[in-house]
Design a protein around this ligand. Structure first.
Ligand code: FES
Length: 125
């Protein structure tokens, strides 16, 4: 058994944290579970598991959206993706996490941005 010590734990640097909803309200057949299982191998394939570009991943029973899932959120940007399929997850890993390009057409919310404001801006108003 690993010996515990009394000080705070050490954590290596990382660049992003991905949260995957595995709950059944946003995705009745709970497709988020398969996405989360696939995420580790995609991160490994793209060399995103170690070093300063490391991406942490977590599964959550609910991310408070409960519609249009599976829902995936990427921090620190606070970018939220909806209806994430295995194909979209692969794009998120390669294009967003590795290359830094957000997949705008699959985003429904961005932290700090009011959705109504974004829609008005998109409509040119
Ligand atoms: S069950 Fe997925 S966001 Fe609530």
């Amino acid at each position: 058994m690993r010996e515990s010590h009394k000080g705070p734990p050490f954590m290596e640097r990382y660049s992003r944290h991905v949260l995957v909803c595995t709950g059944g309200f946003c995705s009745p057949s709970r497709e988020g579970r398969a996405l989360y299982a696939r995420l580790a191998s995609l991160l490994q394939r793209e060399d995103l598991l170690f070093g300063p570009t490391r991406v942490k991943r977590s599964e959550a029973p609910c991310l408070g959206v409960c519609d249009a899932g599976p829902i995936v959120a990427v921090y620190p940007e606070g970018i939220w993706y909806h209806h994430v399929t295995p194909e979209l997850l692969e794009r998120i890993v390669v294009e967003h996490l590795k290359e830094g390009r957000v997949i705008r057409e699959a985003v429904f919310h961005e932290m700090g941005e009011d959705e109504r404001t974004r829609r008005r801006e998109d409509e040119g108003g």
